[in-house]
Design a protein around this ligand. Structure first.
Ligand code: FAD
Length: 471
């Protein structure tokens, strides 16, 4: 009889279209699903860590419905896997590849240590449409700019989606498992968890339902409405894609089928899905994008670090309604509209002249759809320091952007209680979610703007020109 295979789940919490799981089952023996709270996972920000816990709980239930289990263990991943292999007699460990630098370094170490012990250690695709090294320029290099990347992949075939297994062969005896509640993955969310939970759609079934609803009601209007802050024009699949509760390949095929049916927004949706792959392509080839200015010439730019202004930005107290609305939306829902992300990032890095890493870190703590590649690419794009970035001199004016994308002030009033005579639940939930130490109440007067928009813009441009002349 074939000995057991350990399958190490990370950001691939699904059964359908799972190439790694299919390969593990094909080995023929029992498959033991494992999730590890390793030191890397321990450092996740508050919201993604909470969301991960919910995703793991849901996935464990899906496995149980198949007669399987999710074994939870805490500790160094290589040591945990080696110990589990010894306990269960497993001879192989399989997992789905990730390409952010922290995961890559960990996984390379795990692979080497397991192989040293004579175990089969195999990584699989599944997190992306196309593995980053398989998309090459004519010269054999990697892409730095999105449009040619898109042209290179748009007619490629990512392969057919794989069906979910009908059953997972179980071992004769299950190894012991930690209890998820003992891990308290939501502890750092404090008062916010219940509030964010009302907005999250957790697990594979919820992800699929969300995709189906978007295909039915959203995709046709996607290109026209995706920038509107006041309308539900996007899929909201980010949180599910981030944990692999739906495969990006399933989204690709759904968008392709919609294109064939003539749905007008389908190609735009496909392009956005490909932005996600592009972010991972960049992270794989230039891992410094997550930590340092992608363009070295930005080193030495006089960005400020943490400050009173940055704190007011984080708390939605800049006095600029669309910025505050977006920051509060993120605190209450764990997500933020894409256009709003662009606006708050531009405002922080340009009007407040604050280092993009201050914003990147705050998003890392607050987003349930946090993704190391998309977050880094988004911040460096907004700051102007990235590969395919908005030029620094193109500074969004939050007021005119708000008029264009929130013409009746619906978004701003939904999230900023101080702007309404009778604030709604979402606006008030913000005050229930934030730490009491922030001492925020909806009856406090709305603050005056932190900076005059025109002066802030001029200050940023002056600093930019001075920096360019110096370097
Ligand atoms: P839709 O518009 O419905 O798009 C479908 C999917 O395509 C998304 O779920 C996402 O997976 C992908 N996608 C869409 N736009 C982008 C994009 N610009 N870059 C990469 N992928 C994209 N996205 C994250 O998933 N995690 C992050 O941590 C993240 N941080 C960001 C930070 C900044 C400063 C900026 C400007 C953007 C960031 N994005 C991030 C990208 C984008 O804002 C979100 O993917 C999008 O808002 C998610 O909402 P949705 O699922 O409704 O998107």
């Amino acid at each position: 009889m074939t000995p057991p295979t350990l399958f190490w789940f990370r950001r691939d919490l699904r059964l359908a279209d799972h190439p790694g799981l299919v390969a593990a089952i094909a080995r023929g023996g029992p498959v033991i699903p494992v999730f590890i709270l390793d030191p890397q996972t321990e450092t996740l920000g508050a919201a993604p860590r909470w969301r991960l816990g919910e995703g793991v709980a849901s996935f464990a239930r899906s496995l149980e419905a198949l007669g399987s289990r999710l074994i939870l263990r805490r500790g160094d991943a290589a040591r945990v896997l080696a110990a589990l292999a010894a306990e269960t007699g497993a001879t192989a460990v399989h997992w789905s590849r990730l390409c952010d630098p922290v995961s890559k370094a960990r996984d390379a170490g795990v692979k080497a240590q397991l192989r040293d012990r004579g175990l089969e250690a195999v990584s699989h695709p599944g997190h992306l449409l196309f593995e980053p090294w398989t998309v090459q320029t004519g010269q054999g290099g990697f892409y730095r700019v999105y449009t040619p990347y898109w042209r290179a992949v748009r007619d490629r075939d990512p392969g057919d989606c794989l069906p979910a297994p009908a059953r997972l062969p179980a071992p004769d005896a299950w190894p012991a498992s930690d209890s998820l509640s003992d891990w308290a993955l939501g502890a750092a969310m404090r008062r916010g968890a219940d509030i964010v939970a009302a907005h999250a759609r957790i697990g594979e079934d919820a992800a699929r339902a969300r995709l189906d609803a978007f295909l039915e009601q959203g995709i046709a209007g996607y290109s026209d409405l995706r920038d509107r802050l006041d309308l539900p024009g996007t899929s909201k699949l980010g949180e599910n894609l981030s944990l692999g509760e739906v495969s990006v390949r399933a989204c690709w095929h759904a968008a392709r089928a919609a294109m064939e049916r003539g749905a007008p927004g389908a190609e735009t949706f496909l392009q956005e899905i490909v932005w996600r792959d592009f972010a991972h392509h960049l992270v794989h080839h230039t891992p410094h994008i997550t930590e340092r200015n992608w363009r070295e010439e930005w080193d030495g730019f006089p960005w400020a670090g943490e400050s009173e202004h940055a704190t007011r930005w984080k708390r939605g107290l800049t006095g600029e309604p669309v910025i505050d609305a977006a920051m509060r939306e993120m605190y209450v829902t764990g997500t933020m509209h894409n256009r709003a992300r662009m606006l708050v990032a531009s405002y922080l890095t340009k009007h407040l002249m604050t280092d993009w890493r201050v914003g990147l870190k705050w998003f890392e703590d607050c987003l349930i759809d946090w993704d190391p590649a998309s977050n880094a690419m988004g911040w460096q794009w907004a700051a102007g320091s990235g590969p395919d970035a908005a030029p620094f001199f193109r500074i969004f004016n939050p007021a005119t952007q708000a008029e264009k994308f929130d013409p009746k002030s619906v978004y701003r009033r939904t999230w900023v209680a101080e702007l309404s005579r009778q604030p709604g639940k979402d606006a008030l939930d913000y005050f229930r979610a934030v730490p009491e130490s922030w001492a925020m109440t909806p009856s406090a007067p709305y603050p005056k703007p932190l900076v005059d928009l025109k002066k802030g813009r001029e200050r940023a441009l002056d600093a930019y020109h001075a920096h360019r002349d110096r370097s």
